[in-house]
Design a binder for this molecule. Structure first.
Ligand code: PGA
Length: 249
């Protein structure tokens, strides 16, 4: 399976910067002489159309950072799957820990967002991960298994979803789990998916949390890693380009 490198720009940048960054990544990718992974950029809502415009018809896809589960209606400030698809999005991050923490998103809501996305033709990237306390008290694997159980819909196809393992203590902190810790969690995720459905292990499983140009290659070589979800480093041209280039397939 070709790997996936996703850039989560979070609430950063201006329209001019978003346009310039997307165009710069595109130029690098078009000039590349080796096979590259799937690249997906997730700008904030106001810049989705701008970035789609720059990348239209190219190999780089665009994703949103969140979505509302209802099709339409009186939900001030929210954005639907239909609207995201309408502006050219193909992916959406769901259940990012910053949404769970700052917007009190529950597993129930996250599951509804996943279901709505799949139904509307948007591929959700379900983000899961444990806190530092949960890791310290030896509960990390238990938490991950529970999140998979409560956040995932009953049925879906392998190509309709992706899972990103992002330990909360690694996001934006510069701290990264050991290779062994990452492999242990990714192995569990693959196992859980495989036991739920035929071909479940084919659901792409990504790692996220303080990925840098320096550590990307080592993480991408680990077992069960099908890609990376990159925050801070995806805002820097050279760093993100090095991360894309570190892909092994
Ligand atoms: P980070 O963020 O790479 O800046 O740690 C990752 C994420 O939140 O998706």
């Amino acid at each position: 399976m070709q790997q996936y490198i996703i850039g989560n720009w979070k609430m950063n940048g201006t329209k001019v910067e978003a346009k310039k960054l997307a165009a710069s990544f595109l130029k690098r990718i078009q000039e590349a002489t080796r096979p590259l992974p799937h690249v997906i950029l997730c700008p904030s809502y106001p810049y989705l159309s701008t970035v789609v415009e720059v990348l239209k018809g190219t190999v780089i896809q665009v994703g949103a950072q969140d979505v509302h589960p209802e099709k339409a209606g009186s939900f001030t400030g929210d954005v639907s799957v239909t609207q995201l698809v309408d502006v050219g999005c193909m992916y959406v991050l769901v259940g990012h820990s910053e949404r769970r923490r700052h917007h009190f998103e529950t597993s129930h809501l996250i599951r509804r967002k996943i279901e709505a996305s799949i139904q509307g033709g948007l591929r959700p990237v379900l983000c899961i991960g444990e806190t530092a306390e949960e890791r310290k008290s030896g509960k990390a694997l238990h938490i991950i298994a529970n999140q998979l159980l409560s956040d995932l819909p009953e049925t879906f196809n392998t190509h309709q979803i992706m899972i990103a393992y992002e330990p909360l203590w690694a996001i934006g902190t510069g701290e990264v789990p050991t290779g062994e810790q990452i492999e242990e969690v990714m192995g569990l995720i693959k196992h859980e998916l495989a036991s739920r459905m035929g071909g479940g292990a084919l659901v792409p499983t990504l790692y996220g949390g303080s990925v840098t140009a320096q550590n990307a290659a080592a993480i991408l070589e680990l077992a069960h890693i099908d890609g990376l979800l990159v925050g801070g480093a995806s805002l820097k041209l050279e760093d993100f380009w090095q991360i894309i280039n570190a892909s092994t397939r």
